[in-house]
Design a binder for this molecule. Structure first.
Ligand code: PMP
Length: 455
């Protein structure tokens, strides 16, 4: 095929690189300081550059490509839809849009009623917050530190990590609080149960001091993604739900990264028996083949806008190509038993192997995760838990961590690197053999990290 022919084609490679450097403005980057890898082709869990160098994709391209590169079922669904009706404006009804909304509602939570479609994750967060504000008549939204919710105005203000800092406070109604993180507890907890209890006491105090009658919603990632694969401690999510009920606050579960099978469930909150009021999703809904996100809306919130118009909308809301790929995603998940295999691979293969790796390497402070969503937290000192890369480190400070990432890439593995963590998030269709292969490469690369311990 065409892409294969371009392997070793340095002319094609040069042109891609040249146009990129000249004309493409990249996210989160100093434009003069980056040199992105030109990609020629992707298939399944692998992608290739123009030299034919092969990478095993443990990042799923920003934890997005849950069904892998070029899944034939997704490609066909998009092709068929493009041949039928490529686009239609949102105020008209459309078969695949309605079918996808129905499937999502049926697979989300008890009391879910409808879906508002967006173009991606950040705008899903914007709209969920807007709905919560109209529904409650309140303005404030509580969000956690160590979170990522997107880069549009409200979403970046909700985000609880350094990428917010330079953007200032674009939404005056946002207040941050701490969630549970036993390995780096800000509550000085000694057990996960204690962490839950103290994190909930802290949240209650935050609500009471901010004024319960001013708070529209609490937003949280059901399982924190980019900021460390933080699994809720026992009883935490149920405790947050109880606080929401007590004070008439809506619970927004941000499932943009954790949703659609990443944890072995349709949505990550389903493992904790909690019902949110609003759920944001994107990425895995159609593996990002066509930009699509959305908000799942409870019956109560839906009713607020039953007679009164909802003030908001997007030209591409429920785009037929994206929706067709979303419907195909549900079919493929069911046909290929994706959820079951993710749970199995997580429990039987990834968890045990990563625990073995943690035992062996002094640079590994902790491993944690679920399904195909894991973090390996790297430290300079296992006793003090000093991160191998300091929080918000840049330049020289990042050199040790960058060396570990480079060792992975050298060996043909593209990891999901975030902060001081190597995160394991391959496409959910990965074979056991490839999974083991990738984990072996990480095991080997961690020897580089061990070299910095105690330095
Ligand atoms: N929420 C979460 C939990 C995310 O992980 C992301 C993206 N990584 C977003 C929101 C924003 O999504 P998008 O980049 O599609 O705007």
């Amino acid at each position: 095929n065409g892409a294969e022919q371009s392997f070793g084609d340095t002319e094609a490679q040069r042109e891609v690189r040249e146009n990129d450097r000249q004309y493409v403005f990249h996210s989160w980057s100093a434009q003069g300081a980056i040199n992105p890898l030109p990609i020629a082709k992707g298939e399944g869990v692998r992608f290739w550059d123009y030299d034919g160098t092969e990478y095993l994709d443990f990042s799923s391209q920003l934890v997005n490509l849950n069904l892998g590169h070029q899944h034939p079922g997704l490609v066909k669904a998009i092709q068929d839809q493009a041949g039928r009706l490529a686009t239609i404006q949102p105020a008209m009804a459309n078969d695949v849009r309605g079918e996808l909304a129905k499937r999502i509602v049926e697979h989300s939570f008890e009391g879910a009623r409808s879906v508002f479609f967006t173009n991606g994750g950040a705008d899903a967060v914007e709209y969920a917050v807007r709905m919560a504000r109209h529904h409650t008549g309140r303005q404030k939204v509580l969000a956690r530190y160590r979170s990522y919710h997107g880069s549009t105005s409200t979403a970046i203000t909700l985000t609880g990590e350094p990428r917010r800092w330079a953007n200032g406070t674009l939404d005056a109604g946002v207040v941050h609080f701490h969630g549970p993180y036993p390995y780096r507890s800000v509550f000085y907890s000694e057990t996960p149960e204690q962490e839950t209890e103290r994190a909930l006491a802290h949240l209650r105090a935050t609500i009471e001091l901010e004024g319960p009658a001013t708070i529209a919603a609490i937003i949280l990632e059901s399982v924190t993604g980019t900021n460390g694969i933080l699994i809720p401690t026992p009883g935490y999510l149920a405790g947050v739900r109880a606080l929401c009920d007590e004070f008439g606050i809506l619970l927004i579960a941000d499932e943009v990264m954790a949703g659609f099978g990443r944890t072995g469930h349709w949505f990550a909150f389903q493992a904790f028996d909690v019902h949110p009021d609003l759920v944001t999703f994107a990425k895995g809904v159609n593996s990002g083949y066509v930009p699509l996100g959305g908000v799942v809306i409870s019956e109560a919130v839906h009713q607020t806008f039953d007679q009164k118009p909802f003030p908001g909308g997007l030209t591409y809301s429920g785009h037929p190509l994206g929706a067709a790929a979303g419907v195909a995603t549900f079919d493929i998940f069911e046909d290929e038993g994706i959820l079951e295999r993710v749970r199995d691979l997580g429990e039987r293969v990834v968890g045990p192997r990563l625990r073995e790796i943690a035992e062996k390497h002094p640079s590994v402070g902790e491993v944690r995760g679920t399904g195909l969503f894991w973090a390996i937290e790297l430290v300079k000192d296992p006793d003090t838990r000093e991160p191998l890369i300091p929080f918000n480190a840049a330049g020289e400070a990042a050199a040790p961590f960058n060396a570990v990432v480079a060792a992975c890439k050298q060996a043909g593995l593209w990891p999901f690197a975030a902060g001081n963590r190597l995160q394991v998030a391959p496409p959910l269709i990965i074979s056991e053999e490839d999974l083991v292969k990738g984990l072996d490469i990480i095991d080997e690369a961690l020897n580089v990290a061990d070299g910095y311990v105690g330095e």
